[in-house]
Write a protein that binds this ligand. Structure first.
Ligand SMILES: [Ca+2]
Ligand SMILES: [Ca+2]
Length: 171
């Protein structure tokens, strides 16, 4: 039995004393195996670090405010933007929220963040129920009538692309 040192073309025997060139098929196989294992470990670790970084960043995205009762009749299009939910990114880097969802209690209404939408580090974005032009920290659900948030109590729930729970806020 012998152990190969990858890339060095050196083979150590079981007692670790003798060295010879990696000429045996067995040695080459082991060398390849070791290289593959090292590569797998590195790739696996990188994926883990990346995944935990993304998860950590996402957990720094909070529903920081929910204003359920617009002034006047909430159901009128002229008042709809008076009800809104606010999200804050307290991570130290921007978070891509495209495809993330917000829904009310009972999932009667669901909003999907526009693809490519990114909330900068330390920034907030306010999602209004009515119509308007997205930009400058404001997003618009686009409803022309009918409120989203119940004035007698409701909960905004934020979920990622795959539906995983991120945060919620109640009014
Ligand atoms: Ca009202
Ligand atoms: Ca309302």
């Amino acid at each position: 039995m012998c152990w190969c040192i990858p890339d060095a073309n050196i083979c150590l025997t079981g007692n670790g004393v003798m060295q010879e060139r990696c000429v045996h098929h067995d040695c080459r196989e082991r060398s390849r195996l070791v290289r593959r294992l090292v590569l797998l470990l590195v790739v696996g670790s990188l994926a883990l670090v990346l995944a935990s970084g993304v998860a950590l960043a996402a957990s720094r995205l909070q529903a920081s405010g929910l204003h359920c009762d617009a002034s006047g009749n909430d159901n009128y299009s002229s008042n709809l933007n008076g009800e809104y939910v606010v999200f804050k990114n307290s991570a130290n880097r921007g978070i891509r929220m495209g495809g993330w969802k917000v829904h009310d209690k009972g999932r009667i209404h669901t909003y999907r963040f526009p693809s490519g939408f990114k909330l900068g580090a330390g920034k907030t974005v306010t999602l209004h129920s009515g119509k308007g032009n997205n930009g400058n920290g404001h997003l618009y659900w686009g409803r022309s009538n009918g409120a989203v948030w119940n004035n007698d109590g409701d909960t905004a729930t934020l979920r990622d692309r795959s539906g995983g729970f991120l945060d919620s806020r109640s009014c």
